[in-house]
Design a protein around this ligand. Structure first.
Ligand code: GLN
Length: 570
């Protein structure tokens, strides 16, 4: 029998006929084999670092001059991450195009130093909405709409569309959750189909699993991982590489057990132990030749050697470890909650840590305790060299935050206010410097007599953003001869927003008269985007989230400035 080519399979399955069982729309100009795929699945449990592994491998592969585009498939039915509670699910990351997504996209952006978009992120909610919208528009030609082929067809189309649009050599697909979950079963099925259609030589499967080592036994146990891998294989997916997360280096015996159940040679069972920092992982993967193995499996001849970029990365990591100085930064946040809800802020500080060879201790400040009189701002802020009031929503703890800002302003302690923190600084200044006693935000006090922060729907209408929140990348005009200008060295920058409320233009003049400087504004409308206080060593606020655009080798200037000011303040 003649050999069947992948391109012929693709031609057949993309045929649009109601009598066919095939349904796989393929984007125009798609050529099989031009883009190769790496699919990362999980087993045993989530939360073992699949996202970091994906980002790190993507980074390592990009060192070879390969164009890598990542995708995250998330099994939840929310349309995007915008409505997810960050204290349950981790921070809501915002992309330049306004997509509110899982924090893994933040890791991809940081590790690849690349801006991503909605084409890199799909939730089950978004997937099913697309399917139902198509069904309502009659696009399924009278067919009964099914998980196979319609839902899986849509998933494959999403991946192939990104391949064409980003002209990628490699599309890396991370399937959220673990093999065996109902929520991601159709994503996994779509990946199985993808491998058949593209040809096995064009798709590499990596399973990230977990090897337990219960204290009571003291030895590594691989049964859960074996069962997880078996589940994956029962779904028709043969892993090419198995990455085993564990507290200690894998024993040879465990490696062999995994090799036997997974049909994977022992050298492709990778032991991934805990490392000092996540930034060690790309180097670890490179040194253990995981990148080379992937390239070998996919038959890729990379454009150049990775050594130059590898060296640069090593420098970054070494910088991080050579922490000659030390500062303590306070972050107002609930220490009882997952710190993942402030992930980008912690990352942005890490980037400064390396650039400034400084160890940064974090002190979490529970502002509800200040509000309830259990402690004072002065007491709570003892020992910190600078403070960040991050983004937030709602009244709880806000009066405590305002008290902190007052203390920092009056005592000349470095301050960075982010989004909600920017708004807290405006309220504090209006109350205590401008004498507007009732100053507040309509978010916190809808009936306030002095809404220095409020919703301005008409402004949003003019700006064409409509909707509920002002989301995504916007230009910021930076005023010359200000701290902001000193930090950025540019008159126009682009930053990412996620807010509903803003400074009410009615109050701008009053605030400026008393010394607050709005050093960053929207280019065409009176939307205040950066504030600062001259005469203070470092007092700056941003209506946007500078943490979303900080990158390992390019720390964000506002964070860099804060840490520098903290070092001086010591
Ligand atoms: N709650 C404020 C607003 O909606 C701040 C939002 C935020 O910090 N992301 O404007």
């Amino acid at each position: 029998m003649p050999k069947v080519k992948a391109s012929d399979i693709l031609k057949e399955i993309s045929s649009k006929s109601a009598d066919k069982e095939f349904y796989t729309p393929v984007p125009e100009n798609y050529g099989t084999g031009k883009t190769k795929y790496i699919v990362i699945t999980g087993s045993v449990m989530s939360g073992v670092g699949k996202g970091i592994f994906t980002s790190s491998l993507a980074n390592t592969l990009s060192w070879y001059g390969l164009k890598v585009s990542p995708i995250k498939f998330d099994g939840y039915l929310n349309y995007d991450a915008g409505t997810l509670n960050p204290f349950r699910h981790g921070e809501v990351f915002v992309l330049d195009d306004g997509t509110e997504c899982d924090l893994d996209l933040g890791s991809y952006e940081r590790f690849l130093d690349k801006d991503l978009s909605k084409a890199n992120y799909m939730t089950a909610g978004k997937l099913f909405k697309t399917i139902i919208d198509k069904e309502r528009a009659g696009l399924f030609l009278g067919r009964d709409v099914q998980f196979i082929p319609h839902v899986t067809g849509e998933i494959k189309k999403f991946a192939r569309t990104l391949a064409v649009a980003s002209d990628a050599d490699l599309v890396m697909i991370e399937v959220g959750g673990t093999a065996g979950d109902i929520e991601n079963s159709y994503f996994i099925e779509a990946m199985r189909e993808l491998a058949y259609e593209e040809g096995k030589e064009n798709v590499c499967f990596v399973n990230v699993t977990y090897i337990m080592q219960p204290n009571t036994l003291g030895e590594q146990k691989s049964k859960a991982a074996q069962l997880g891998i078996r589940t994956l294989m029962s779904l028709g997916i043969q892993p090419d590489i198995v990455v085993c997360r564990s507290d200690n280096k894998l024993t040879q015996s465990v490696k062999e057990k995994i090799s036997v159940v997974a049909n994977v040679p022992v050298e492709r069972v990778v032991s991934s132990v805990n490392v000092d920092t996540i930034y060690d992982i790309p180097s670890y993967l490179h040194e253990h030749k995981v990148d080379k193995t992937v390239l070998g499996i996919l038959g890729i001849e990379p454009p150049h050697s990775p050594e130059e970029s590898f060296k640069q990365w090593q420098k970054l990591v070494n910088g991080m470890k050579k922490q000659e100085k030390k500062v303590t930064i306070g972050i107002t946040g609930k220490y009882t909650n997952v710190h993942d809800s402030y992930l980008s802020i912690l990352k942005a500080l890490e980037h400064c840590s390396s650039a400034l060879k400084t160890k940064i201790n974090i002190k979490w400040i529970e502002t509800t305790e200040i509000e309830e009189g259990k402690t004072t701002a002065e007491e709570a802020l003892k020992g910190v060299d600078g403070v960040i009031v991050p983004g937030g929503f709602g009244k709880r703890g806000s009066e405590g935050k305002i008290k902190c800002v007052q203390y920092l302003r009056e005592n000349k302690v470095p301050y960075l206010g982010i989004c909600f923190g920017f708004q807290m600084a405006v309220i504090e200044f209006a109350r205590n410097v401008c004498g507007i006693k009732d100053a507040n935000s309509t978010e916190l006090e809808p009936e306030t007599k002095a809404p220095v922060i409020s919703i301005l729907p008409e402004q949003k209408k003019i700006e064409g953003l409509g909707g509920n929140m002002r989301l995504g990348g916007q230009d910021v005009e930076v005023k010359k001869d200000t701290l902001a200008y000193k930090l950025y060295g540019k008159e126009r920058v682009r930053e990412r927003f996620r807010h509903r409320y803003e400074v009410d233009p009615e109050y701008i003049k009053k605030l400026e008269e008393k010394g607050m400087v709005f050093s960053g504004k929207a280019p065409k409308y009176p939307i205040m985007q950066i504030l600062e206080l001259p005469g203070h060593p470092y007092f700056i606020g941003a209506q946007f989230h500078p943490c979303f655009t900080s990158r390992p080798l390019k720390p964000h200037p506002m964070f860099y400035g804060l840490v520098e000011a903290c070092l001086k303040n010591k």
